[in-house]
Design a protein around this ligand. Structure first.
Ligand code: NAD
Ligand code: UGA
Length: 461
């Protein structure tokens, strides 16, 4: 198989955009076209204000854009002569029909496969970049071969492990690249063609090759294990509060055991993001499908614990504010699901705001990256009426402004700038007692108590 000279990626989202920008910047001899049906998104990628906020992303996009990196809505045109076609479309949880609330909705994957089959000419390598249920490659292969004329397709699985907020360093220096392919000469050749792309900046020993199903399943399992660690530490945070132990001290004590390791042990108001919950529910559904109810229940508990952690936080605020928040202003610091991203999908903040709005609170929110229109859409999606949003939800330009005349401040995203807030001004302008709820354990709690704040922090007894 000749070395690839043209790559096309279907889907210009949080994965398609950054991963393709990295490939283009590392492989100057390869032309990379990122295509999407969403014209607004493509216009964003071609502008100075990229649709994805990610430290370092603008630099690599602007370096390669117009040279060997292109963003376009001409989806079919760029599929035609690409050697490798990445599919990086969304695979959200199904909201309808069979498996609703658990199974992955594969309609965008199927749409992409049908489009490839319709227009592709000559041999092509199709790469599943999206996170998908095990054996999706089989369905893709069937659609492709049943609908194409002369097309000869090899389907590979190449899941993405980047985390938002650190996407560029994750792509630059990944722990591993995983490529799954069919175990036969044509499959092996396709795997090697993709290996040759990554090998331009990633050492060969960090590029793992497996069969298709191991690769597809490993992505779901990696996310499930990561999320499980957060639910585990969050479950212990409740026990810390009941016993007087300190969750950060416990995390340090267990994390220094090299068998456990220190990462992903930060207790929080609950994990968010577009993938952890979706991928675990997908795993749960798969286990049910394959007649493994015990395995399915085991993994579902990770999501249940996460839901409980969010509820526990909202309840703590209401109880602390003397069992009523009606008409009280509560400042929410942070709406994104983690720092250094403008992504709000499944952010704990959405659910805490919803709970407090439904209790009658007035919410004053500040987030350095999330636009007001997205906050409104997220709240409507979880059932808050627009009227309630209009009357009780205000977006502010700084964390101090949000805290002004408030009864409580809740830190829900760990943005670094919150640690630098002017706390004497915040305290002065709050109603007393001045309650502060640190849902990320990022503030200096003893110092804040000395300043007069009444502090609640996750997992601090
Ligand atoms: P996203 O929703 O940001 O982007 C998907 C894009 O695909 C959208 O812009 C949509 O318009 C486009 N699209 C859908 N159908 C199309 C079609 N037929 N032709 C052209 N464009 C089409 O999603 P994302 O966050 O980039 O995630 C994509 C996949 O990657 C998901 O499966 C996700 O689980 C996985 N993933 C995401 C992350 C992450 O950090 N967000 C990390 C690893 C893996
Ligand atoms: C996660 C995985 O880390 C990536 O490897 C994976 O590629 C990606 O999902 C995906 O498949 O989409 P992401 O969701 O972007 O990445 O970000 P994480 O850093 O994993 O954080 C997820 C959530 O867990 C955030 O809300 C974060 O605040 C929370 N978290 C993380 C904790 O509460 N405690 C921790 O110790 C770590």
């Amino acid at each position: 198989m000749k070395s690839p000279t043209k790559i096309c990626c279907i889907g210009a989202g949080y994965v398609g955009g950054p991963t393709m920008a990295m490939i283009a910047s590392k492989c100057p001899d390869i032309r990379v076209d990122v295509v999407d049906l969403n014209a607004e998104r493509i216009a964003g990628w071609n502008s100075e204000e990229l649709p994805v906020y990610e430290p370092g992303l603008y630099e690599i996009v602007s370096e390669a854009r117009g040279k060997n990196l292109f963003f376009s809505t001409d989806v079919e045109e760029h599929i035609v002569d690409a050697d490798i076609i990445f599919v990086a479309v969304g695979t959200p949880t199904k909201t309808y029909g069979m498996g609703a609330g658990r199974a992955a909705d594969l309609c965008y994957i199927e749409g992409a496969a049908r489009m490839i089959a319709k227009v592709a000419k000559g041999p092509k390598i199709i790469v599943e970049k999206s996170t998908i249920p095990v054996r999706t490659a089989e369905a893709m292969r069937t659609i492709l071969s049943a609908n194409s004329g002369d097309g000869e397709f090899q389907v590979l699985s190449n899941p993405e492990f980047l985390a938002e907020g650190t996407a560029i360093s994750d792509l630059q220096n990944p722990d591993r690249i995983l490529i799954g392919g069919e175990r036969n000469p044509k499959g092996d050749a396709a795997v090697e063609a993709l290996v040759s792309v990554y090998n331009q900046w990633i050492p060969r020993e960090r590029i793992l090759t497996t069969n298709l199903w191991s690769s597809e399943l490993s992505k779901l399992v990696a996310n499930a294990f990561l999320a499980q660690r957060i639910s585990s530490i969050n479950s212990i945070s409740a026990l810390c509060e009941a016993t007087g132990a300190d969750i950060d001290e416990v995390a340090r004590a267990i994390g220094t055991d090299s068998r456990i390791g220190p990462k992903f042990l930060k207790a929080s108001v609950g994990f968010g993001g577009s993938c952890f919950q979706k991928d675990i529910l997908n795993l749960v559904y798969l286990c049910e499908h394959f007649g493994l109810p015990e395995v399915s229940a085991y993994w579902e508990s990770v999501v249940k614990m996460n839901d409980w952690q969010k509820e526990r936080f909202s309840t703590k605020i209401v109880k602390t504010l003397f069992n009523t928040v009606r008409g009280k202003r509560i400042a929410i610091w942070g709406f994104a699901f983690k720092k250094d991203t403008n992504d709000t999908r499944e952010s704990a903040s959405i659910y805490i705001c919803r709970d407090l709005l439904m209790e009658g609170a007035n919410i004053a929110v500040y987030d350095p990256q999330v636009p007001e229109s997205l906050m409104h859409a997220d709240l409507r999606y979880v059932g808050v009426p627009q009227e309630t949003i209009d009357q009780q939800f205000t977006v502010c330009n700084s964390c101090e402004e949000a805290a002004d005349q408030s009864h409580g401040v809740a830190v829900l995203t760990e943005w670094d700038e919150f640690k630098e807030a002017d706390f004497s001004k915040v305290y002065e302008n709050m109603f007393k007692p001045a309650f502060l709820f640190d849902g990320r354990d990022i503030l200096d709690h003893d110092g804040l108590r000395d300043q007069g704040f009444d502090v609640y922090a996750i997992g601090k007894g």
